[in-house]
Structures are given as structure tokens and as C-alpha cells.
Design a protein around this ligand. Structure first.
Ligand code: NAP
Length: 257
């Protein structure tokens, strides 16, 4: 093993790790030596495939089902992670849903689903893991927000509000925990080519990508690399930060939805 993948004897809990950015982050953190709790809500076979891949690469991982939007899910998820792997000292709050629709058409159920999963879920998982980090005097919390949390976007009043809330949550937590060796940071992906953008009208997606400075969508592993940095020793003095992973951002405004 090289120093970069030497086993850390530390456990990372990645929510929504069955695919996309979460799966890429789980694989990357496993390569960095963490034991991984691969959380999923519905996609059990996908989560088990990620676990198999980590184990095949010499790592340690388990798949744990939990819908983070549900009452008590954060506590249950952290308890099960602790009993099967050990206390999670790294939490990557990645699980998220996006229901883009103009506010005038958005349903209360869609709005609640985004807020419950993206905001309450992240809060409850982090809150449940914090006592372990306090005990260890070390911890890493990463919130997967979105550029839309900073800029807003057409059709994303609800989603943007949920992702903006994560930016405030991350910075507030940084004030509380940084003196304890625990960091809290937010990652703001732009357009990353995962299932979540599968619902976007292909013509709209193509136009959006044409307006990105890099002229392409990002890959999940390009976000995972930033997550891995924030979870590393190298990032020990990075807390309360926001890192955009968006290929240079918009060069023109995205078209209206
Ligand atoms: P994705 O491919 O759709 O994956 C979403 C993941 O979240 C899946 O593993 C899904 O698991 C899980 N999930 C959804 N609801 C959950 C719940 N209630 N409890 C637990 N897990 C849940 O999406 P992605 O693009 O990788 O997105 C990951 C994160 O990045 C999200 O927070 C998203 O908002 C954010 N983001 C993505 C982009 C982008 O362009 N892709 C841009 C900015 C921010 P199940 O299938 O088991 O439900």
C-alpha cells in the first residue's frame, strides 16, 4: 500500500452512495484507506455493487439502507455504521433529490421532499455523528450543495433553497466545531453527468453545457476528488469553505426552463 491508500482505521459514512457523486466519493475515500458505509434509500443492488468493488480493491465497506428524509434515520444510520464498521468520523452528506419546476407549478409535496432529504437529512445524519467526532477530537463533514444554492436558477426555487440552506449549515457548523479538530465544508457541483440530470430535456442540457466555460459536463469522480481532499489530513485548516466544481461556471445565462 502507498501512503495515499494506507488504511486509516477510520470510517466514512457517505449518504446516497449507490450511484453518481456519492458512489464516486465512496470509491475514492475507500482508495484513501477509509472503511465505507455505503448508504442507499432504494437502490440496493447498486449499493451492493459499490461495496463489492471496494472489497475487491482490498477495502472494507458495508451497504446500509436508510431514507435520510425519515424521522430518526440519521440516528439509525450512524448507529448501524458504528456497530458494523466503527464510529463514523467522516460524513459526506450527498443524498439529494432535485424536482425542478417553476414555483407556480411546484407542489408542496415536491418542495417538502427536497427540503426533507437535502436539508433535514444532512442535518440529522451529521447531528447523530457529531458525538463520535467530539470524542475522537477529529472529524470531517462535507455537504454536497450545488452552484444553484449560491446563484439560484430557473425552476429551482425549492432545490436552490435546499442547497443554499446547506451552505449556511456548513458554515455555522464550522464555527461550532473547528476548534475541536473537526472541519465542515461545502462542495458546489455545477452540471455533473449523473442520473439526476437524466430528467432534464436533452436540448436544455445541451444548451446548458454549451454555456459552461469548460464546454462539457463534469464527471462524478471530478467532484469526488474534491470531497477526498476535504476529508484528508491535507485539509486540516480548511473549514467553513465552499468549493465550486463547475468547469469555470456559466459564460452566459442558462436558458429558462
Ligand atoms: P443521483 O445519481 O441521482 O444519486 C442520488 C443518490 O442519492 C442516490 O444514491 C440515491 O439513492 C440517493 N438518495 C436520494 N434520496 C435519498 C434518501 N432520501 N435517502 C438516502 N439516499 C437518497 O444524483 P447525483 O447527481 O449523484 O447527486 C448527488 C448529490 O449531488 C445530490 O445532493 C445532488 O443534489 C448534488 N448535485 C448534483 C449535481 C449534478 O449535476 N449531478 C449538481 C449539483 C449538486 P437511491 O437510488 O437508493 O434512492
Amino acid at each position: 500500500m502507498t501512503s495515499s491508500n494506507k488504511r486509516q482505521e477510520r470510517v466514512a459514512l457517505v449518504t446516497g452512495a449507490s450511484r453518481g457523486i456519492g458512489a464516486a466519493s465512496a470509491l475514492r475515500l475507500a482508495a484513501q484507506g477509509y472503511s465505507i458505509a455505503v448508504n442507499f434509500a432504494r437502490s440496493k443492488p447498486d449499493a451492493e455493487a459499490i461495496v463489492k468493488q471496494i472489497i475487491a480493491n482490498g477495502g472494507r465497506a458495508v451497504a446500509i439502507q436508510a431514507d435520510v428524509s425519515e424521522e430518526g434515520a440519521g440516528e439509525d444510520l450512524v448507529r448501524e455504521t458504528d456497530s458494523r464498521l466503527g464510529p463514523p468520523l467522516v460524513v459526506v452528506n450527498n443524498a439529494g433529490v432535485q424536482r425542478s419546476r417553476a414555483m407556480i407549478k411546484q407542489t408542496p409535496d415536491e418542495f417538502d421532499q427536497m427540503l426533507d432529504t437535502n436539508v433535514r437529512g444532512a442535518w440529522s445524519v451529521t447531528r447523530a455523528a457529531l458525538p463520535h467526532m467530539y470524542d475522537a477530537g477529529w472529524g470531517r463533514v462535507v455537504f454536497i450543495s450545488s452552484v444553484l444554492g449560491a446563484t439560484g436558477g430557473p425552476g429551482d426555487s425549492g432545490y436552490g433553497a435546499s442547497k443554499g440552506a446547506l451552505l449556511a449549515m456548513s458554515k455555522s457548523l464550522a464555527f461550532e466545531v473547528s476548534r475541536r479538530g473537526i472541519t465542515s465544508n461545502a462542495v458546489l457541483p455545477g452540471t455533473i453527468l449523473t442520473d439526476i440530470v437524466g430528467d432534464v430535456d436533452p436540448a436544455v442540457l445541451e444548451a446548458n453545457i454549451a454555456a459552461i466555460a469548460a464546454r462539457r459536463g463534469g464527471e462524478p469522480k471530478e467532484v469526488a476528488a474534491v470531497v477526498a481532499f476535504l476529508c484528508s489530513e491535507d485539509a486540516s485548516y480548511v473549514s467553513g469553505a465552499e468549493i465550486a466544481v463547475h468547469g469555470g461556471g456559466w459564460v452566459t445565462l442558462p436558458p429558462s426552463k
